[in-house]
Design a protein around this ligand. Structure first.
Ligand code: NDP
Ligand code: MG
Length: 339
């Protein structure tokens, strides 16, 4: 292993002991981290605007406050709004009210790495990025375990920024599962690359294209859905559990042979070049600019893509089939914030 995994016993400093945490945002990560830190014995205040999250924080026994007020006497301010609004919230509400020397924390490096947010020089700027959705982080914490996390720092004003990041991750339950060191640059660029090329963008395009080829050739949309989308989870589970080997061992020789011979033709040199191009656009800031420009333009492009996706034949057929398979919605209980 080139990267060392740290566990609870490896995190021995106490720079965050007795410190007051402010969580800005109470969504997927905000609700999980605020509850976990409170259960770990920290003084926690939640900063949100009036609305759904504000009410959720109240239901969970917090006394939520407007962001500008909540950050005032906090020692650690963890920024957990959506990435596209974070710089505005920071500029208008956090920066003018931040206690001198307060630590600023993030779960994704986007705003700091692309300099949408420029933190004050006297602040430690740390990262505590759980490698899983908020509800899973909260549920596993309550079960006495946790989700692994990345930790790191962008700015070390106190000389203890890295220790603070590790302590924060431990308090969030992550050190029971393992902590991995990173930098803001690495986390931001890798995260964007992964979601664009493989996990979300690559995967959905692969499914969609497979579905189109089958249905355009006259195969039924229902069978095509099962073939290229429904089974994806079963294959992904095997790969998650035991790598490609377990997946190949569990499948037939016919499918193994076809997979080895055809796969690299489908995702071949052209895809590799497209991935390299995407990485370049991430590294030189072109993607970040394109995303923030669309946000400032009312997310016209993002909303159009979403509408197209929702009205596609694949989405419609999938929704109808899943409605007849209630068992596939088991996972739903982990994908919406707890009341
Ligand atoms: P969500 O969209 O789930 O939640 C965002 C929260 O911010 C909501 O409580 C929302 O409140 C609040 N908010 C939105 N606008 C404002 C505003 N103007 N002022 C105050 N509060 C506001 O975000 P996530 O938890 O998914 O993401 C937070 C951060 O964590 C991001 O940096 C993301 O990249 C990172 N991250 C997320 C992961 C995940 O599992 N989702 C995993 C790892 C990192 P309201 O209800 O009022 O809109
Ligand atoms: Mg990611």
């Amino acid at each position: 292993m080139t990267v060392e995994m740290l566990y609870e016993k490896d995190v021995t400093t106490n720079y965050l002991q007795g410190k007051k945490f402010c969580f800005v945002g109470y969504g997927s990560q905000g609700h999980a981290q605020a509850n976990n830190l409170r259960d770990s014995g920290f003084d926690v205040v939640v900063g949100v605007r009036p609305g759904k999250s504000f009410e959720a924080a109240k239901r969970d026994g917090f006394d939520p406050k407007p962001v500008a007020e909540a950050v005032k006497d906090a020692d650690v301010v963890q920024m957990l709004t959506p990435d596209e609004v974070m710089a505005e919230v920071y500029k208008n509400e956090v920066e003018p009210n931040l206690k001198p020397g307060a630590t600023l924390g993030f779960s994704h490096g986007f705003n700091v790495h692309y300099k949408e947010i420029v933190p004050p020089k006297d602040s430690d700027v740390i990262m505590m990025a759980p490698k899983g959705p908020g509800n899973l982080c909260r549920r596993t914490y309550k079960e006495g375990f946790g989700v692994p996390a990345l930790y790191g720092y962008y700015q070390d004003a106190s000389g203890h920024a890295e220790d603070k990041a590790k302590e924060f991750a431990k308090a969030n339950g992550a050190a029971r599962a393992g902590l991995l060191k990173t930098t803001f640059k690495e986390e931001t660029e890798e995260d964007l690359f992964g979601e664009q090329n493989v996990l979300m963008g690559g995967l959905t395009s692969l499914i969609e294209t497979g579905f189109e080829v089958l249905t355009e050739a006259g195969y039924s949309p229902e069978l095509a859905y099962f073939e290229v989308q429904h089974e994806m989870k079963l294959i992904a589970d095997l790969i998650y559990e035991g790598g490609f080997k377990k997946m190949y061992d569990d499948c037939s020789n016919t499918s193994d042979f076809g997979s080895y011979t055809v796969g690299p033709k489908v995702v071949g040199e052209a895809s590799k070049q497209a991935m390299k191009e995407s990485l370049k656009r991430i590294q030189d800031g072109t993607f970040a600019k394109e995303f923030m420009d669309d946000y400032r333009n009312g997310f016209k492009r993002l909303n159009a893509y979403k509408k197209d996706m929702e009205s596609s034949q694949l989405s419609k057929v999938g929704a109808e089939l899943r409605a007849r398979m209630p068992f596939v919605n088991e996972a739903d209980k982990y994908s919406t914030p707890e009341a």
